[in-house]
Design a protein around this ligand. Sequence first.
Ligand SMILES: Cc1cc2nc3c(=O)[nH]c(=O)nc-3n(C[C@H](O)[C@H](O)[C@H](O)COP(=O)(O)O)c2cc1C
Length: 151
Amino acid sequence: MKVAILSGSVFGTAEEVARHAEKLLKAAGLEAWHNPRATLDELKAFGPEAFLAVTSTTGMGELPDNLQPLYYAIRDELPSQWRGLPGAVIGLGDASYGDTFCGGGEQLRELFAELGLREVLPMLRLDASETVTPESDAEPWLADLVTALKA
Ligand SMILES: Cc1cc2nc3c(=O)[nH]c(=O)nc-3n(C[C@H](O)[C@H](O)[C@H](O)COP(=O)(O)O)c2cc1C
């Protein structure tokens, strides 16, 4: 199964988590593809059969700059060929930001819903005020994702 991993990161934490996810999904026999600066054309050319988004939150609940062009390109076009595919989101944030906690991840969840993707696992929220090991913290959730994608 071809899994497209989209990532949004300001300081590199979410990108590290996305890279770790790519490694684990590949080790589980899935064809994972991660490009932090992917264009919509590149994404379409990959031919995804499932989606994983890993994004932090910046500003007041905003998406990191590197993910915005792809986010808006997808939202403007809402390609219909991905309807019904499985998707899941890892949101990185900091609970001390209150209402905007993991707002970037929430935006990706909404985008996935607009695309008609099936959310196969509840969003994983990684709270920077609680953990300094987000990659290893994501491992049990990623194992569940592998199980859900192979089901
Ligand atoms: C300027 C700034 C604004 C932030 N705004 C939010 C926010 O609105 N909501 C949130 O949950 N986290 C917020 N964060 C926390 C980051 O999302 C969190 O530290 C994350 O782990 C950073 O990941 P990155 O290295 O991939 O960018 C903010 C961090 C900074 C530095």
